[in-house]
Design a protein around this ligand. Structure first.
Ligand code: S3P
Length: 422
């Protein structure tokens, strides 16, 4: 993808459905009895991977664009897949489905693309084994083989806050004997906990712990998916760093477990407003962002789980700021779709930014003007989008190699950039 400098970034948009919420709605719908209807289902390739895997388990799903209907017959009706289930690039699909499959009395093999086959899955395998499932991994990575069955409830302390692992254990817990509690060292996105009551399950929450009761039968529900908060981050940053710019995003997910990037951008001097319009089951509203003179900041490591997917967008913003921007406590970024710390440092440096890699984060010194260059996505959608946004503000033209991977989370990204760039 070739990207020229943009003179401004303006427009009013509604975004495709949030990826995290879409995965959960599909999996819970497939586990439930009765029909589940999902509106504004994410257009992300990752969420199509979830539907494909569920179909492989015999679940009947109809999709018409952003409308998804699932004929739930209960998790008991899932049948052993005839082939290996391929989660492609989607870590959420693999880890969350592994949890649901922990309670199913058959053998499933879950695999993924080259990137996913490099990512850790032992963190989900270990608690499932303690609950009574047999789970094999390939040196801690996919392919993973799950022989599910009778599970017993568990109290699981997550060593690192992870919403995917939390969800996996809760989905197994719904099928286990007794209660299952997951405790986290810090808050991670809580979409599963917020969605389960609509499907008829009770979730008890106390501080950083969530508990479900085994033997709970889920019933189908209607889910309206708010706009993707993580996709919003790239558009907000584009509006902040380009001159004469303003974007308004309507109907966006404003869960505090996902919007810490807005707080960081405000701390950097960004003119960003978020207006809450609904609170239940998820906070939803609009975001308005306007051109701003940004300065660096130090991100509180405790906030990292609430902005883990937005570090690439924040680092792009920091390349236009005065003074240093520092993130630490983010070692998890090294095991995402790519080693995001390394990929960001490489890409932003190629564009002329002064950047330093830390073992668990990075420093963007700021203040250096960017100039177009050839940069690599590393096959990682968020790296491609972060470098593309930086390219909008760089002198000359930038070539983003492997930019097609944006379809993993935001297939309409480049079309939207074209519309907004004036
Ligand atoms: C997700 C959780 C996060 C995030 C991922 C989606 C989710 O991962 O990075 O993109 O939907 O639960 P971790 O669970 O590893 O923190």
């Amino acid at each position: 993808m070739r990207i020229e400098r943009a003179s401004l970034f303006r427009g009013r948009f509604t975004l495709p459905g949030d990826k995290s919420i879409s995965h959960r709605a599909a999996i819970l719908g497939a586990m439930a009895e009765g029909e589940t209807r999902i509106r504004n289902y994410s257009s992300a390739a990752d969420c199509a991977s979830t539907l494909a895997c569920l179909r492989g388990l015999g679940v009947e799903i109809r999709r018409d664009g952003a409308d998804v209907a699932i004929e739930g017959r209960g998790v008991g009706a899932w049948r052993a897949p005839e082939a290996v289930l391929d989660a492609e690039n989607s870590g959420s699909t693999m880890r969350m489905l592994a949890g649901a499959l922990g309670g199913r009395p058959f053998r499933t093999v879950l695999t993924g693309d080259e990137s996913l086959r490099r990512r850790p899955v032992e963190r989900v395998a270990a608690p499932l084994r303690r609950m009574g499932a047999t789970v094999l991994t390939t040196d801690g990575r996919p392919p993973m083989t799950i022989y599910g069955g009778r599970l017993r409830g568990l109290v699981h302390d997550l060593p690192v806050a992870s919403a995917q692992v939390k969800t996996a254990v809760l989905l197994a817990g719904l099928q286990a004997e007794g209660t299952t509690t997951v405790r986290e060292p810090g808050p991670s996105r809580d979409h599963t906990e917020r969605m389960l009551p609509a499907f008829g399950a009770t979730v008890e929450r106390a501080g950083l712990a969530a508990t479900v009761r085994g033997g709970t039968r889920l019933r189908g529900a209607a889910v309206a998916v708010p706009g993707d908060a993580s996709s919003a981050a790239f558009l907000v940053v584009a509006a902040l760093v380009l001159p004469d710019s303003e974007v308004r995003l309507d109907g966006v997910l404003l869960s505090p477990t996902r919007t810490a990037f807005l707080d960081v951008l405000r701390a950097m001097g960004g003119d960003v407003e978020a207006r809450l319009e609904a609170a239940d089951p998820e906070p939803v509203g609009s975001i308005v962002a306007r051109s701003s003179r940004l300065h660096g900041t130090t991100v509180d490591p405790a906030l990292v789980p609430s902005l883990v997917d937005e570090v690439p967008a924040l680092a792009a913003a920091a390349a236009f700021a005065e003074g240093p921007f520092t993130v630490t406590g983010a070692a998890e970024l090294r095991v995402k779709e790519s080693d995001r710390i390394r990929a960001l440092v490489e890409g932003l440096a190629a564009l002329g930014a002064r950047v330093r890699e830390l073992p668990d984060g990075l420093v963007v010194e700021g203040g250096a003007p960017l100039r177009g260059a050839r940069v690599r996505s590393h096959g990682d959608h968020r790296i491609a989008m972060a470098l593309s946004v930086a390219a909008l503000g760089a002198e000359g033209a930038t070539e983003v190699e492997g930019a097609e991977c944006v379809a993993v989370s935001f297939p309409g990204f480049y079309a939207l950039l074209e519309k907004a760039r004036g």
